[in-house]
Design a protein around this ligand. Structure first.
Ligand code: CA
Ligand code: CA
Length: 393
């Protein structure tokens, strides 16, 4: 600082702040311009400072506003994200609910479709079958009521059976052909085995096998083994009837000797196809029921004798073709068989045949008559029918 400026400042200080009693020091004329310049420079500094402060204030305001804007923007983003998440959650819940309902509808549709398929299957399965109700009956032959009892038919004994369905007729050639065509069944034998056992040559009996002959579609299939019969029933989702089921379907519960009652064939109308006068005409030596003519030397179309129906309406349980049943054969099985749903012995070399057929006389078509054959052999005598548990489907 120059001496002149210091003097000016001293003057100013004295004039502004010194005691009243002090006399102001006059400023030299030469320093006034400098003083004024300094004042101007001070004014400029203040102004600049004020302007700087104003700018700083403006900047602060802008920063505050920007921060506020940023906060607001952030809040908006957060709110938008929350809204989006809520929307997604809502959509997810809605989709889950829609999926649940779709699954329920699908399950219901499947359940109804299953019911319809089951009903259609049962209708097809039970078509041509007769329901035999659960209950008890006396199985076997009672000497007091039937003088023709064989020892293998005794003792008469009470048997309880669950309900079941049984074919109304023997299985026909046309029905068996469906199984053969499907590949599930082997063709029946074209002729009886060579060991037929009498003086006739096997070729003389080829006409008796119904398979492959014109006009035989509605006749019972024969010349099939027990194994072939079983395979056919399995093809139809059925099974062979047990011996007890077969007898119950044939005679009901009143102990009758024949399906239609106690009168032997020949005493009334035509009730069954058996060895009759028709069968004897081409073979005079054949033992037949004389005086009875059912009109068929061999098999008849199934169901040809409605007057011979059993109490349940089952047909051809006496005659036409004798029939394989599911049980192994044992001569004295009745003496030890269980009282409920008997299934036959556990194993023997033969299976039971019931009902007699077109080669048998009247006494052999009684409902309690029993015979047997080797299981894997084919004969012209046995045909078969199928059954199914009432509770199975
Ligand atoms: Ca006959
Ligand atoms: Ca029969």
């Amino acid at each position: 600082m120059s001496a002149r400026l210091a003097a000016a400042l001293l003057y100013v200080a004295v004039s502004m702040g010194c005691g009243r009693d002090e006399v102001p020091v006059p400023v030299p004329e030469a320093g006034k311009s400098e003083l004024q310049a300094a004042a101007r420079r001070g004014d400029d500094s203040v102004r600049l400072a004020r302007e700087e402060a104003a700018r700083a204030m403006e900047e602060a305001v802008r920063a505050r506003d920007a921060a506020r804007s940023a906060q607001e923007a952030t809040a908006r983003v957060v709110a938008q994200e929350a809204a989006r998440k809520a929307s997604l959650d809502g959509d997810r819940a809605a989709r889950a609910e829609a999926a649940r309902r779709a699954q329920e509808a699908e399950r219901e549709a499947e359940r109804k479709a299953d019911e319809e398929r089951r009903a259609a299957f049962q209708e097809r399965l039970h078509k041509g079958m007769i329901l035999i109700p659960a209950g008890t009956f006396r199985m076997g032959c009672n000497d007091e009521l039937d003088p023709g009892c064989g020892d293998e038919e005794k003792p008469v004994h009470e048997v309880e059976l669950d309900a079941y369905w049984i074919d109304a007729t023997e299985v026909t050639v046309a029905q068996f052909k469906e199984c053969v065509d499907s590949g599930s069944c082997d063709k029946p034998s074209p002729a009886p085995p060579p060991s037929w056992g009498d003086d006739d040559r096997p070729e003389d009996w080829r006409w008796a096998c119904t398979w492959g002959r014109d006009g035989m579609d509605s006749h019972p299939v024969n010349c099939v083994s027990w194994t072939q019969a079983r395979m056919y029933c399995r093809y139809r989702f059925k099974r062979l009837p047990t011996e007890a089921e077969w007898e119950r379907a044939a005679r009901g519960t009143d102990g009758r000797r024949y399906p239609w009652g106690n009168e032997a064939p020949g005493s009334g109308g035509k009730v069954a196809n058996l060895a009759d006068d028709s069968a004897a005409r081409p073979r005079p030596g054949l033992e037949v029921t004389k005086g009875y003519d059912d009109g068929f030397r061999g098999t008849a179309p199934v169901g040809s004798f409605p007057d011979g129906a059993s109490p349940y309406g089952v047909l051809d349980m006496a005659g036409n073709e004798s029939e394989w049943v599911n049980d192994y054969y044992e001569f004295d099985y009745y003496a030890k068989s269980p009282p409920k749903n008997p299934q036959g012995p556990s194993w023997t070399r033969t299976h039971v045949i019931r009902g007699g057929g077109w080669l048998d006389r009247a006494g052999d078509v009684r409902v309690s008559a029993r015979t047997f054959r080797e299981s894997d052999q084919t004969y012209m005598a046995p045909g078969f029918r199928c059954a199914v548990d009432a509770a199975a489907h």
